[in-house]
Design a protein around this ligand. Structure first.
Ligand code: BG6
Ligand code: MG
Length: 215
């Protein structure tokens, strides 16, 4: 039975939530309202377009299509500026250890992310070569919690969906993995990610025996 492993990017491999937050906060402040860290929690795993819709609802701002498109571009340019100097020091603890463990055993590995910036980020932190395929915000039409991103990743790996394992830090991502009939592993607060089949605060808590049992 061939197994496949699928990793979310933001919040699982790298802690980019703080950079997304800074970029959204800058836009909110320019538009004349505050945007808090707590509100930023709602943005985890959520597509850029949906994030802007939520942001504008928070600020009670109605936008024309043209303004909406301009702000999407502006937010991303600011985000790219914030992540410009990212390097391997921003990889979350023990992520390379798990990737290496899987690679040594020839287990297919995919990225399944909502971000349209996934590939350049993996390049910056030096992890791109671990991934057999990348499915990201550029390849899907339906955002998490829709399972499309993970189903496409499984297809590209040539692995049945129910033989895939997904690491996710977002509620929408766990729902997507469950909807795809995959093994869902929550990385982060288990009270928030309570629909996951397994929960760990981070990769330092995942033993090699646990991974072996999944393979
Ligand atoms: C997800 C993040 O991985 O990607 C979200 O958790 C983000 O916060 C989304 O909005 C889209 O990212 P990007 O890089 O395409 O704006
Ligand atoms: Mg995430």
């Amino acid at each position: 039975m061939k197994k496949g492993f699928i990793f979310d990017l933001d919040g699982v491999i790298v802690d980019t939530a703080k950079y997304h937050y800074l970029a959204w906060k800058k836009l909110a402040n320019e538009l004349g309202f505050e945007f808090t860290q707590e509100q930023n929690e709602l943005f985890k795993g959520v597509s850029r377009k949906r994030c802007l819709e939520i942001l504008l609802a928070i600020g009670k701002i109605e936008a024309t299509q043209e303004q909406f498109d301009t702000w999407m571009i502006e937010k991303n340019l600011d985000y790219l500026e914030f992540i410009k100097n990212m390097d391997e020091s921003e990889i979350l603890p023990d992520v390379p250890k798990v990737l290496e463990f899987l690679k040594e055993r020839n287990i297919p590995i995919a990225l399944g992310s909502a971000s349209k910036n996934a590939q350049p980020i993996l390049e910056k932190v030096g992890l791109l070569s671990y991934f057999d395929t990348i499915v990201d915000g550029n390849n899907v039409t339906k955002a998490k919690p829709d399972p499309e991103v993970f189903l496409l990743a499984a297809k590209q790996l040539g692995v049945d969906a129910n033989n895939c394992v997904v690491f996710e830090d977002a509620v929408a991502g766990i729902k997507a993995a469950n909807a795809a009939q995959m093994t869902s592993i929550g990385i982060g607060d288990k009270n928030v990610l309570n629909e996951a089949q397994f929960n760990f605060i981070d990769f330092t808590q995942i033993s090699t025996d646990f991974i072996k049992n999944l393979i």
